[in-house]
Design a protein around this ligand. Structure first.
Ligand code: SF4
Ligand code: SF4
Ligand code: FES
Length: 258
């Protein structure tokens, strides 16, 4: 079952009810997790009646409408609105997803919106991703080649080698996968989790990179890689249709045969 990280000694309580003021017949009830560190109270679930008549199709459109027209204090991340930046990841109707990609037309009944599970919350729908970014930095996600060579010559890659990166380079580090992984929930400080391991794999298989061995050594630690128990939540939750579980099993295979 999905676990949310509540502030210490708190419980989720019923919040404010924002009734529709337009008189529209096209109303959707939206329940949203709210928590403000400055108010020092329990987290609450606010309910908004939203008029869908003049609203785009995505869950992010609903959030923007609430922020612009009903409650400007609602806090969430977003930027590109096209599934590219990864910043609008949250839990919608029990599933981690990008709110700018998720259509609210697919959701019957009320819409329930929470922050990504198991991360500390900074405010409302904004999770603290600093551990994940530290882990991402630890795998050094950039091309490593001898300095001289990179300065003097273009580094070519064959079409076949480039093709091997398909299904991995598209990762936008939204964290939907890592925050749906039970192993990452319980051992997130040590286990790197599916998002970072998929990224590690992407650089290890890049034909232009010259530090494959060192990179493999970095992830070979028992706790960093072998926290994965092949539960597959990660692959099922990726909004970009990627397969982090496949990358993790390929890494394990590489280590077993190297
Ligand atoms: S396959 Fe591994 S990484 Fe993916 S959810 Fe399961 S335990 Fe986590
Ligand atoms: S693998 Fe998918 S779910 Fe995981 S971080 Fe990348 S894009 Fe997001
Ligand atoms: S706002 Fe950029 S992915 Fe949703």
């Amino acid at each position: 079952m999905v676990q949310f990280n509540l502030p210490k000694n708190s419980k989720v309580v019923k919040g404010n009810y924002f009734k529709d003021t337009t008189g529209s017949k096209n109303i959707k009830k939206v329940n949203i997790y709210r928590w403000d560190p400055e108010k020092n109270g329990n987290p609450k679930i606010d309910t908004f009646e939203v008029d869908l008549t003049k609203c785009g199709n995505k869950v992010l459109d609903i959030l923007n409408k609430i922020k612009n027209e009903i409650d400007s204090s609602l806090t969430y991340r977003r930027s590109c609105a096209h599934g590219v930046c990864g910043s609008c990841a949250m839990n919608v109707d029990g599933i981690n997803t990008l709110s700018c990609m998720k259509s609210h037309k697919d959701i019957n009944g009320d819409i329930n919106i929470y922050p990504l599970p198991h991360l500390k919350v900074i405010k409302d729908l904004v999770p603290d991703l600093s551990t994940l970014y530290r882990q991402y930095e630890s795998i050094e996600p950039w091309l490593k080649i001898k300095e001289k060579k990179s300065k003097t010559k273009e580094i070519n890659q064959s079409k076949e080698s480039r093709k091997k990166l398909d299904g991995f380079y598209e990762c936008i580090m939204c964290a939907c996968c890592s925050t749906s992984c039970p192993s990452y929930w319980w051992n997130g400080e040590k286990y790197l989790g599916p998002a970072v391991l998929l990224q590690a794999y992407r650089w290890i298989i890049d034909s232009r990179d010259e530090e494959r061995k060192e990179r493999l050594k970095t992830v070979s630690d028992k706790l960093k890689l072998y926290g994965c128990h092949t539960i597959m939540n990660c692959t099922n939750s990726c909004p970009k249709g990627l397969n982090p579980a496949k990358a993790i099993s390929a890494l394990k295979k590489m280590l077993a045969t190297n």
